[in-house]
Design a binder for this molecule. Structure first.
Ligand code: DQA
Length: 149
């Protein structure tokens, strides 16, 4: 069974408690469950990982990128300034979809910039938890069509 990594960056462990008007009312567990369940129907398995620490996200990517076929990541605020996470994502050589619950283009100006998205084949922003469904569908089709970056 092919495997996807669903990765979340800082503060996303607090989903459900954060501003629900901006991020929706799903908890991280809800988002992980909906992705895992949808993946099951597509015959894929999902590994999940969340950390508030940049280095832990990078270590995880370096450790597990050989075991997986693609990545869905919401890097949280690291999106806007972590060149190290960008490089680690790029180094995996895997297809990556970047997801944001909120529309990062319609908030503070500093949020409109994503330095990590250059490593992604697609960015989905502003669709709350629905963005993860769209990301998984797109990623699985991409992998099944055997595209290479
Ligand atoms: C976020 C947007 C980021 O700007 C923010 O720092 C987050 C969540 C989103 O999902 O909308 O933590 O990535």
């Amino acid at each position: 069974m092919k495997k996807i990594l669903l990765m979340h960056g800082p503060n996303l462990n607090f989903l459900g408690k954060r501003d629900t008007a901006i991020y929706g009312s799903c908890t991280l567990q809800d988002i992980e469950n909906l992705t895992i369940n949808m993946a099951k129907n597509l015959n894929y398995s999902v590994m999940t990982f969340q950390s508030n620490h940049e280095g832990q996200l990078i270590d995880y990517l370096q450790k597990y990128s050989n075991d997986i076929h693609g990545i869905i990541i919401n890097p949280g605020a690291f999106t806007h300034y972590s060149f190290a996470l960008h490089d680690a994502l790029l180094d995996t050589g895997l297809p990556i979809i970047e997801v944001h619950l909120s529309d990062i283009k319609k908030r503070e100006p500093w949020r409109a910039v994503s330095v990590t998205s250059a490593a992604a084949i697609k960015v989905i922003s502003g669709k709350k938890e629905e963005g993860y469904r769209e990301a998984l569908q797109f990623l699985v089709e991409y992998i099944e069509n055997d595209h290479h970056k």
